[in-house]
Design a protein around this ligand. Structure first.
Ligand code: NDP
Length: 325
């Protein structure tokens, strides 16, 4: 039997985690022969609820689930971890300003960045899901100076799979026939789901769909999908967010398919003129655990404007929490 691998999930009593933990324990990330230790971080008031989740995990008698660690201390949660799912974040309450949300979450991610820096495996792969995810990831990176910035990413995989599914539905094909869709920028309504390089069974996507559909239906549907789900379900998306978190980490573990890419928000290296260091969603390939931004794509004026809007929004978010960087 292999030695267990440590995986931490924060906000472990929350609704995304409720879908995520059981799939991790079943081996969906690392495979059917890899035992895991689940390290679960919560704020102190949520520990009683988390104990209920732990009872359910134990009741499943998962063969791969070697041990569960439950704590409200980041340094205990992150000790020796190889994979970190940073899901927990303060929700936006009624009347709360966006800047308040930014600052309250920023402090959480500053603490967590420092703790990862001190105790995580040096090759840890960190996925930030808690919102505002891009800026939370930026704060974690800046507070973890001994970890390479490319250990960190923020999640735009759900936006990516939403875009793939929508295009597949429109063209009447399977999602596996769709390649090279990109979601650029911030995981917010400003994000830019882009079909300029996308292919459907090898053909250019934009030659198969009307421009009006692309601009006035596809883009806003992906941008506002989260709000639509809240309206319909009375709660935010959870199972699909957990699915995307696993898909993101599986891509880190197994790499991207030949000729395809996915979307991940990573520290900009200046590609496409995006300010260096901003955590920005790009098209990326992954090989041997390394994330590489796809370079040299043609960007027309329509797309460029949308990339700039995202850059501006992320620069404003960065200004609001600069004292923590
Ligand atoms: P969820 O599990 O539903 O969501 C967790 C975070 O993921 C939120 O910030 C949410 O943003 C975000 N998110 C990102 N992408 C998506 C998406 N596509 N769909 C839905 N959510 C998305 O929140 P809960 O309130 O159920 O649970 C959060 C848990 O975190 C609580 O148990 C709380 O106690 C805990 N917590 C833990 C902390 C820690 O470990 N230090 C710190 C703070 C909270 P959005 O709100 O915008 O939907």
């Amino acid at each position: 039997m292999k030695a267990p691998v440590d995986i931490v999930v924060t906000g472990a009593a929350g609704q995304i985690s409720y879908s995520l933990l059981f799939r991790l324990a079943a081996g969906e990330l690392l495979g059917a022969d890899q035992p895991i230790v689940l390290r679960l971080l919560e704020i102190t008031p949520a520990l009683p609820a988390l104990r209920g989740v732990v009872m359910e995990l134990n009741d499943c008698a998962y063969p791969l689930l070697h041990k569960i660690v439950v704590t409200d201390q980041p340094r205990i949660a992150f000790a020796g971890v190889d994979y970190a799912f940073l899901v927990g974040a303060k929700p936006r309450n009624q009347g709360m300003l966006r800047s308040d949300l930014l600052q309250q979450n920023a402090e959480i991610f500053a603490v967590q960045g420092k703790a990862l820096n001190e105790v995580a495996n040096r090759n840890v792969k960190v996925l930030v899901t808690g919102n505002p995810a891009n800026t939370n990831a930026l704060i974690a990176i800046k507070n973890a100076p001994d970890l390479a910035p490319d250990c960190f990413a923020a999640m735009t995989m759900l936006d990516h799979t939403r875009a793939v599914s929508l295009l597949a539905g429109k063209c009447g094909v399977s999602t596996t026939d769709i390649k090279n869709v990109t979601v650029w920028g911030n995981h917010s309504c400003t994000q830019y789901p882009d079909l300029h390089h996308a292919r459907v069974k090898g053909a250019e996507a934009l030659s198969l769909v009307e421009n009006d559909w692309f601009v006035n239906e596809f883009i806003p549907t992906v941008q506002y999908r989260g709000a639509e789900i809240i309206k319909a379900r009375g709660q935010s998306s959870a199972a699909s967010a957990a699915n995307a978190a696993i898909a993101h980490m599986r891509t880190i573990v197994h790499g991207t398919a030949d000729g395809d890419w996915v979307s991940m928000a990573v520290a900009s290296d200046g590609s496409y003129g995006i300010a260096e260091g901003l955590v920005f969603s790009f098209p990326v390939t992954v090989a041997a655990g390394r994330i590489n931004i796809v370079k040299g794509l043609d960007i027309n004026d329509f797309s460029l404007q949308r990339l700039r809007n995202n850059e501006t929004e992320l620069q404003e978010e960065r200004e609001a929490i600069r004292y923590l960087l």
